[in-house]
Write a protein that binds this ligand. Structure first.
Ligand code: LHQ
Length: 255
């Protein structure tokens, strides 16, 4: 259900149920979480890309796979979706969500959860939950209002309207939009650029930002001061300064 491929420090994880627009079942969610943990542990991996096979990114929960389930909704979320989103967001490496097609329901949450969100021109996002009279989950209620404000978030959730790539870029739901026919190459090139950046410093940056999203300025200043010590004591910092003085490009990738 998940295809994995590592090239030039970039681990690409592809949701692979294309005939269902990569709708998620438990096997897919647990496998993706496992793959993220493995990518965290693998020193050859500097950046992780999560994308979808075929014309969809992820259509959310597979609605053909919920009947006869022996878990409550709460148990199901705590067993599958929530560990996935926590693992992704807490990963010590940048995660790029490469949204190749429609992202709906929990698939929209997954699309929004990336540190960097790259979209294909024909991609779209739907907070589809209210169509089946459910509440947005998998982090949508946290991600979306921080991006677009309470009111726009509520409107998107209440009406379940489809957001296209142009609108997504305008609303801040993605960083870049690429043509469909070159999308996969553009994503790889972007991820390789990210992989050349100082991995330790980016890990600390991710920690600082994630904490700051829920904290006060005072807490952020204290946290920055602690993390800056860890960054400043690391060889990457010395390399950056040395390279600057020598007027050469820094080399942040070491075996
Ligand atoms: C699907 C699905 C799908 C199965 C397309 N399941 N087959 C958490 C915890 C517990 C319970 C519930 O939920 C959650 C979180 C959630 O994610 S709730 C939200 C669940 N997702 C949805 O409600 C989305 C349902 N799908 C759609 O609204 C549309 O398919 C979208 C807007 C995603 C795409 O529309 P189209 O581009 O027009 O494609 P399509 O509808 O023709 O779909 C293509 C095929 O994929 C089709 O099968 P078929 O055999 O006819 O080719 C769909 O039935 C299947 N598919 N989503 N979630």
């Amino acid at each position: 259900v998940i295809l994995g491929d590592t090239r030039a420090g970039v681990r690409t994880l592809t949701l692979n149920r294309p005939d269902r627009l990569n709708a998620a079942n438990d096997a897919l969610l647990l496998a993706l979480t496992e793959e993220l943990r493995a990518a965290e542990a693998d020193p050859a991996v500097r950046v992780v890309v999560v994308t979808g096979a075929g014309r969809g990114f992820c259509a959310g929960q597979d609605l053909g796979d919920v009947s006869g389930r022996d878990m409550t909704f709460t148990e199901h979320l705590n067993h599958t979706y929530n560990p996935l989103i926590r693992t992704l967001r807490g990963l010590g490496k940048p995660v790029v969500t490469a949204v190749n097609g429609v992202a709906a329901g929990a698939g929209a949450s997954l699309a929004l959860s990336g540190d960097i969100r790259l979209w294909a021109q024909s991609a779209s996002l739907i907070e589809v939950f209210s169509n089946i009279a459910l509440v947005p989950d998998s982090g949508s209620t946290w991600f979306l209002p921080r991006l677009v404000g309470y009111h726009r978030a509520f409107e998107l959730m209440a009406l379940a309207e489809r957001v296209n790539a142009e609108e997504a870029l305008r609303l801040g739901l993605c960083e870049r939009v690429y043509p469909d026919d070159t999308f996969r190459e553009e994503v790889q090139a972007y991820a390789e650029r990210l992989a050349a950046r100082p991995a330790h410093a980016l890990k600390l940056t991710k920690q600082a930002l994630n904490a700051a999203m829920t904290g006060t300025l005072d807490e952020a200043l204290d946290h920055e001061a602690r993390l800056q010590q860890l960054a400043g004591d690391h060889w990457e910092h010395e390399e950056g300064v040395t390279a600057f003085k020598a007027r050469r490009a820094p080399e942040f990738v070491r075996e």
